[in-house]
Design a protein around this ligand. Structure first.
Ligand SMILES: Nc1ncnc2c1ncn2[C@@H]1O[C@H](COP(=O)(O)OP(=O)(O)OP(=O)(O)O)[C@@H](O)[C@H]1O
Length: 679
């Protein structure tokens, strides 16, 4: 049973119209959302009329499960928790007439790039004259839509560092018309082929609700309460989407301005400060006691935030009192770091009575943790990774999905190209020729046999077999995936000879399991690609980019900081807090980006309950200090832990023995002496 303090209770039982709960890390914001949903249901609100919105599916399902666990009977069964994107997708599917986007295919970032390349390839767009990469155009367009800036301002902010002067204006005016042409072409291709990109999902719903009284009337019957977690990370597009709900139902939003880490997607944490001006009939409440961590962990977190030029007015106090000082571990290299962590986890597990799930490892990127993962595998430490590339975006999975996609949406040219060129012997030129023929047909005319008649020989035979495997099982997604994989397995193994057996093959039983949760191809394809850090239909095995190496329930979590929002653990390792990493050297030069980096580190530090271990490499520290000759400007020498007061931490270097043997200092000449004498 959850128990709440007075401030939490006041928020939970809030009787006004809209509320923003603005509070620090570990003060129970998520817990209060759980309490609010349960309170509403217990007081007669229908669970299906409450929508919980979070940034990852993992946290959405966690909140929903906690509410359900606290309410006996079936009253909470219909409670819905989703990400913004997934919610909009559900609305588009559930109200096909209202939003007019039924049977569209949602495309991921790779497909967006393919489509933009197609747009650039069309001669009339004059792409040849431009010096901008197709990916950059996508990023600009996405930034414009998420921040709701016009194209001129977007170009200024993204390409000219926000400069306002006559010369910049002139340059912008030169680029803008051509960019506009390309974006228009991209939009046209999207509509022709019935695609929605991620931003479109929010726009389709937001536009309709903002413009159309009927839409608001319909949705006011669907929702009484919307509860939003991590409000500080909502960007102007998400505000645009939420704004009409002010008149449709009640908004209950929780957030922490110090944990805003999505400015690169257009979020602006200062937005939460204007909540009461933007949302009529709203109130703001605060929570100030941290229940998660011991005071020493909060002391270093508070110190980090106080060093910021931004005033957050946030000093966390530990309800739990004092504990152990955080440890800074200075390591020679990643092998030493990995060995130390593995040894500590095994020792605490074997002798200290800890579980593997008491450990959380946080890193900037999943890539950095590869050596650590190798050591864990070797030492048989079960772990899961959160963050990084999405499962359904892996090449071998996309090959298989391409067939499901063309059957779901015969206009999906990107999927057709992938499907056709997957067949050995069909290159891009032949594939385009076949595709033109296929697209000249009515959708209802397309079948395995027709494809075989267009594509001669063995290749056509294969295309037909794959097509039929799915078409014959359209209403049983799991069977469609299983049959298709059976047909494709050999060719997949041939296409990916290097790592088929060790890496890729094992993904297909998982794909089948995922498919089991969906009743239509469209739902499976879309839901599967929607969330970048979690959750497909509540399956415990794989959640988006969450990959499990083990069936153990008890496992260590290795996560990127961005995917660790809301997580907590007894022992938390924050990896490589070295110069040039915190802040990342990419951010140097922009004080806003440096401050976002600070918040990333703040989120990481505040995940720990009892033990916080920060690692950094001695080599990077030495290089940093030897460069400190005063010649570089201040920003280039920024390092968050540079003047960390000694008393806040303990420092340690692992005992030698963890070291990977280093090579001789000077190269020798090769010695081929074979040890006997020819005499
Ligand atoms: N009133 C309370 N009594 C006991 N424990 C509490 C109370 N409120 C919160 N906690 C505990 O404190 C921890 C942090 O709570 P929660 O995750 O809800 O905080 P949060 O504000 O969402 O944190 P963050 O923003 O850092 O993710 C959890 O372990 C939670 O169970």
């Amino acid at each position: 049973m959850e128990s709440y303090n007075q401030e939490q209770n006041e928020a939970i039982t809030f009787k006004g119209k809209h509320l923003l709960l603005l509070a620090g890390a570990g003060t129970g914001k998520t817990k209060t959302i759980v309490g609010r949903a349960a309170y509403l249901i217990e007081n007669g609100v229908h669970a299906e009329k409450i929508q919980i919105l979070t940034f990852t599916k993992r946290s959405a399902s966690e909140i929903v499960e906690r509410v359900k666990a606290g309410i006996p009977g079936r009253n909470a069964q219909a409670l819905n928790g989703s990400t913004f994107h997934s919610w909009c997708n559900q609305l588009i599917t559930n109200f096909p007439n209202l939003f007019g986007a039924a049977n569209y295919t949602v495309i991921d970032s790779d497909d967006q790039l393919s489509l933009m390349k197609m747009a650039c390839g069309n001669e009339k767009t004059g792409y040849g004259k431009m010096r901008i990469q197709p990916q950059k155009i996508i990023d600009l367009f996405s930034f414009a839509r998420n921040t709701r800036n016009n194209l001129t301002e977007t170009i200024r902010l993204q390409m000219f560092n926000g400069r306002i002067d006559a010369e910049t204006n002139e340059e912008i005016e030169e680029i803008r018309p051509e960019l506009e042409l390309l974006i228009r072409e991209y939009q046209k291709l999207k509509i022709e082929q019935k695609y929605l990109d991620y931003d479109d999902l929010l726009l389709v719903v937001g536009n309709r609700l903002n413009k159309d009284e009927e839409a608001r009337r319909i949705l006011s019957k669907a929702y009484d309460h919307i509860l939003v977690d991590e409000m500080q990370d909502t960007n102007p597009l998400q505000w645009f989407l939420l704004a009409p709900f002010e008149n449709i139902c009640s908004l209950f939003c929780v957030g922490d301005d110090a944990q805003s880490i999505y400015a690169f997607r257009g979020a602006d944490f200062k937005n939460v400060h204007s909540f009461s001006e933007r949302v009529k009939d709203s109130e703001i409440k605060k929570l100030d006691k941290n229940y998660r961590s011991t005071q020493e962990i909060l002391d270093i977190s508070n110190w980090l935030l106080e060093k910021s030029p931004i005033i957050y007015n946030k000093k966390l106090n530990a309800h739990r009192g004092p504990g152990k000082k955080p440890l800074i571990l200075n390591v020679a290299n990643q092998y030493e770091e990995a060995s130390y962590i593995a040894e500590k986890i095994l020792k605490d597990f074997q002798e200290g009575g800890k579980s593997f799930s008491d450990f959380l490892i946080l890193s900037r990127s999943q890539y950095y943790t590869k050596p650590l993962q190798a050591v864990f595998l070797q030492k048989k430490i079960p772990y899961e990774t959160y963050g990084g590339r999405k499962f359904l975006e892996a090449a071998h999975i996309k090959d298989v999905l391409s067939i499901l996609r063309v059957i779901n949406n015969p206009n999906d040219q990107i999927a057709w190209m992938r499907y056709l060129t997957f067949i050995h012997g069909i290159g891009a030129v032949r594939a385009s020729k076949y595709l033109n023929e296929i697209l000249s047909l009515e959708s209802s005319q397309i079948s395995g046999d027709v494809l075989k008649s267009i594509i001669p020989g063995m290749e056509g035979e294969k295309i037909k077999t794959y097509y039929d495997a799915v078409a014959n099982n359209k209403h049983n997604v799991k069977k469609a995936v299983a049959e298709l994989y059976r047909e494709m397995e050999l060719d997949l193994a041939l296409k990916y000879p290097k790592d088929w057996q060790e890496k890729r093959k094992g993904d297909f039983p998982v794909l089948e399991m995922l498919a089991e949760h969906y009743s239509s191809l469209g739902e499976f394809i879309t839901e599967g690609i929607l969330d970048n850090s979690s959750g497909l239909g509540g399956t415990p095995t794989l959640e988006g980019s969450r990959i499990k190496t083990t069936e153990h329930k008890d496992h260590v979590i290795i996560s990127t900081v961005h995917s660790a929002k809301g997580l907590e653990a007894d022992v938390c390792f924050v990896l490589n807090v070295s110069p040039k990493t915190y802040p990342s050297s990419y951010s140097l030069g922009s004080s806003e980006e440096i401050e976002e980096e600070r918040r990333v580190l703040y989120v990481a530090l505040t995940r720990a309950k009892n033990e916080l271990i920060i690692t950094r490499t001695t080599a990077s520290l030495n290089a940093f200090h030897s460069n400190g000759d005063g010649l570089e400007d201040e920003m280039n020498s920024a390092y968050f832990l540079e003047d960390l007061p000694e008393e806040l931490v303990t420092q340690e270097s692992p005992p030698s023995g963890f070291n990977k043997p280093s090579d001789a200092e000077r190269p020798n000449t090769i010695d081929l002496d074979f040890g006997f004498d020819f005499r």
